[in-house]
Write a protein of this length. Structure first.
Length: 371
């Protein structure tokens, strides 16, 4: 399998890595077999976390005799120095059966307050830096779903890698975060690559749903057939190809069976870039027209209007042509846009200076069934 350089770490990582969440649900022997199959087929980047049940232990079992041939990335969800040093790193080393870890990431940094706490003098970052100085870990990364927060994080210069969501429906990372990471030589790892498939992915022997909250975040597969086809496996392949075509280093789909590993590796080995027809069909390289919400989460509404959520649905409606699902979701909200008092508090907090009141009212004309 082809490899790409993981930013300034200098590590050469397989273009497809192993996402370690799904093996939590597999018996130990079966999970070890799945991980080992990934290694046999050329995957050398394995992602896990202490909060992924016994995922670290299963990956540790599978790779203990080939430790120097692979790159293991784990995560700490602790936010303070004491917690990360006392339990986070120590337990991960034990679980992985290792005396060092290639990459440890601050996990789930999705808002400014959490970031500030984690990188403060008594935050978990300081514990990772100390462990790095002792040779216990090699590199430090950060993960999250908010490109605005992650951009601010890597501007500190403290992080060697960034793990972020990117798929056909969620392209926000391509606007500023990924270009900034490339400029700063920060490695880019992608999660939730199959989120744009919509609905169940019909892998052999099972029916799996992507991570997240489908009832809130992702529409039914029926409105994606024009883009990714009606066959579940084909949708998975095309979604993975869409992400591989981006300026990223590796992507870590969650893998749960040998069949899934083999299918994913095959897609990676055969990938030579998107065809012109695929670029046109998937609107590759495009973002919604301005003004559009980046979902940074800094705005708030005294009336309880879910501003980022509504504007995300409006993007789905206008940019992706997902009409039925978005109208259904909007109708379920208890607080509609028509309850807006136009106080302007949201606009004062928006770092992109968006005309949020106008955008919300326009969104309601498209999403509200009573219109």
């Amino acid at each position: 399998m082809r490899k790409r350089r993981l930013g300034r770490t200098g590590l050469m990582v397989s273009i497809v890595g192993f996402g370690g969440i799904p093996i939590i649900a597999r018996p130990r022997a079966e999970a070890v077999k799945v991980v080992r199959r990934g290694y046999e087929l050329g995957i050398n980047y394995f992602d896990t976390a202490r909060v992924y049940g016994d995922g670290e232990e299963k990956i540790g079992d599978a790779l203990k005799d080939v430790r120097d041939d692979v790159i293991i990335a784990t995560k700490t969800h602790q936010r303070t120095r004491e917690e990360a040093a006392r339990t986070g790193i120590r337990h991960s080393l034990r679980n992985l059966q290792a005396d060092r870890i290639d990459l440890v990431q601050l996990h789930g940094i999705d808002d400014e307050k959490t970031l500030e706490k984690a990188i403060s003098s008594d935050g978990s970052l300081s514990a990772l830096k100390e462990a790095r100085s002792k040779g216990v870990i090699d590199f430090i990364g950060i993960t999250g779903h908010n490109p605005y927060v992650l951009s601010n994080a890597i501007k500190t210069g403290e992080f060697d890698t960034v793990l972020v969501t990117l798929n056909a429906l969620d392209r926000k990372a391509t606007e500023n975060l990924i270009p900034l990471a490339k400029e700063m030589d920060v490695g880019v790892v992608i999660m939730k690559a199959l989120g744009g498939c919509g609905g169940p992915l019909q892998f052999p022997q099972r029916e799996a749903r992507f991570q997240g909250k489908p009832e809130l975040d992702w529409p039914n597969a029926s409105e994606f057939i024009n883009w990714f086809g009606s066959d579940g496996i084909e949708r998975a392949k095309r979604s993975l190809r869409f992400v591989l075509a981006q300026d990223i280093d590796t992507v870590i789909p969650g893998l749960r069976s040998v069949e899934e590993v083999e299918l994913t590796v095959k897609v990676a080995e055969e990938f030579k870039g998107l065809s012109e027809e695929e670029k046109r069909l998937y609107r590759f390289g495009e973002l919604p027209s301005e003004p559009f919400c980046r979902e940074c989460g800094l705005c708030s509404c005294p009336e309880g209007i879910r501003i980022p959520t509504i504007l995300r649905w409006d993007q789905y409606h206008t940019f992706y042509g997902i009409n039925n699902w978005t109208i259904e979701q909007y109708d379920k909200l208890d607080v509609k846009v028509r309850m807006c008092t136009e106080c302007g508090e949201c606009e004062k907090k928006c770092p992109y200076n968006l005309p949020l009141v106008r955008m919300l009212k326009e969104a309601e004309t498209r999403l509200a069934s009573f219109y």
